[in-house]
Design a protein around this ligand. Structure first.
Ligand code: DX5
Ligand code: ZN
Length: 231
């Protein structure tokens, strides 16, 4: 591998799904103060996944309270085309749709870029990793789900790391995100496989010291990045 190639930087993005949603503004502010690089916001519609969360009106309110934060929208919805403009207007920065939810991933990716957001494409555990390859030039990030989407607090699926490794080898510059069951006991596997965008929900939000947990996650990813650079 070319020694001059460098992997994209480490970013820690807590998921607020299991946070105190009645106090979302202060929960987000605290996470950002504690070292979060971005906020991972899980949108669920009760169709694509068997759970419901929130939509663009909430994102808009949150944006007015946290003007600087990077919002990574994880769109677990059946009709991802429908919410591109509303989410952009609400202040979203990145729009991550599920490959399984759309008939035309290329058109959707172009639409997201056109309105001015970064593009993420996500795959569920049962989806083969190579389906995303044709869209690599159209997306900024690939999200490899490490649990079935729908709920926080599930068990990390270690066999998804093969997908992360495959993508990292093929796309050294791509942002690769992992989401689901990621925390202190599973971060090394993610980091060694090559993930650089780390979503962690319950492991951060339920921790006594979220700052220490995010710092531990970051250290693991930085260590793997360093090893990669000197290889
Ligand atoms: C699950 C969501 C995740 C979830 C992660 O469908 O996409 O972002 O909040 O939570 P943990 O880290 O608890 O698995
Ligand atoms: Zn998510």
């Amino acid at each position: 591998m070319d020694i001059l190639q460098s992997r994209p930087s480490c970013k820690i993005g807590p998921s607020i799904l299991n946070a105190d949603l009645s106090n979302l503004h202060s929960a987000c502010t605290k996470l950002l103060e504690d070292g979060a690089d971005y906020l991972h916001l899980d949108v669920m519609d009760g169709h694509f996944v068997p759970n419901l969360t929130f939509g663009h009106p909430l994102v808009k309110c949150l944006r007015s309270k946290v003007p600087e934060a990077f919002f990574d929208m994880h769109m677990m919805v059946a009709d991802p085309e429908k919410w591109v403009e509303p989410m952009h207007d609400a202040g979203a920065n990145q729009y991550t749709f599920h490959f399984e939810a759309t008939k035309d991933a290329a058109a959707l990716a172009r639409k997201i870029r056109e309105v001015g957001m970064k593009v993420g494409i996500a795959i569920k555990p049962g989806t083969a990793v190579d389906v995303v390859v044709p869209y690599a030039d159209l997306v900024d990030m690939i999200l490899v789900m490490t649990v079935e989407p729908g709920f926080g607090g599930q068990k990390f699926m270690a066999d998804m790391m093969q997908k992360v490794k495959y993508l990292r080898e093929k796309f050294p510059d791509m942002d690769i995100e992992v989401d689901g069951g990621v925390g202190p006991s599973t971060i090394d596997a993610c980091a060694q496989a090559g993930a650089n965008m780390i979503v962690s929900g319950s492991a951060v939000v339920n921790a006594e010291d979220p700052k220490a947990v995010m710092s531990l996650l970051r250290k693991s990813v930085l260590k793997s990045l360093q090893e990669y650079e000197i290889r």
